[in-house]
Design a protein around this ligand. Structure first.
Ligand code: AMP
Length: 215
């Protein structure tokens, strides 16, 4: 499959993307994960991105496009990809359109995960992430907790609340989403690629996306 997952922070894009990779071998490409690894490793990209990320602001479009132009040409993308957290702005969407035309790649559709704001706020403040960059498993202290001592059930590393999941950063991320990313819904509607899924449970959303792919 070749799809874009669109949705506010906390809409469940990461969880849905991971479940979809088990379906047909498509790879998940999360710009957030790529940037977090770069920050951890202290690469030049990570050093540039960290201050934006900690505030809950978007990283400049040019940095993101450089990452994505290279990433989409890696061999593992040939079987398909699920874009998670990219594009995030109209300029990114326009650049992506040009890039896909150049690479002769056609998208199946853009899945817009629609989640009520109170559900999103609750999810973001209760989310914990495994600190191991190789794992990054996502937990929820209410519905899917890590082990009692706070370690990851998969790799035993500590789970943490991300720097951008403080209340202040969350408020900023949601505001940024409304201003910069929500306009992509109209962009992809005009392109005839938009499918909206009311997304309260990741498993149901994955089933709905699979059905849409098969129809
Ligand atoms: P995420 O895990 O997708 O919520 O991304 C975490 C943070 O990484 C965001 O709050 C942004 O600072 C940055 N980021 C991720 N993807 C993008 C993107 N496509 N454009 C700009 N910034 C991004």
């Amino acid at each position: 499959m070749r799809i874009i997952l669109l949705g506010a922070p906390g809409a469940g894009k990461g969880t849905v993307a991971k479940l979809l990779t088990e379906f047909d071998g498509s790879v998940q490409i999360s710009t957030g994960d790529i940037l977090r690894s770069a920050v951890k490793e202290g690469t030049p990209l990570g050093k540039k991105a960290k201050e934006y990320m900690d505030r809950g602001d978007l990283v400049p479009d040019s940095l993101i496009m450089d990452i994505m132009e290279a990433r989409l040409q890696e061999p593992d993308c040939r079987n398909g990809f699920i874009l998670d957290g990219f594009p995030r702005t109209i300029p990114q969407a326009e650049e992506l359109k040009k890039l896909l035309t150049k690479l002769n790649i056609k998208l199946d559709f853009v899945a817009n995960l629609d989640v009520p704001r109170d559900v999103i706020l609750d999810r973001l403040t209760t989310r914990r992430t495994c600190c191991n960059p190789e794992c990054q498993a996502i937990y929820n202290i209410k519905s899917n907790p890590p082990k009692e001592d706070g370690t990851c059930t998969l790799c035993n590393h500590q789970t943490i609340q991300r720097d951008d999941e403080t209340e202040e950063a969350i408020t900023n991320r949601l505001e940024t989403y409304n201003q910069k990313t929500a306009p992509l819904i109209g962009f992809y509607e005009k392109e005839g690629l938009l499918k909206t899924f009311l997304s309260l449970s990741s498993k149901d959303t994955v089933a709905d996306i699979k059905k849409t792919l098969q129809s």
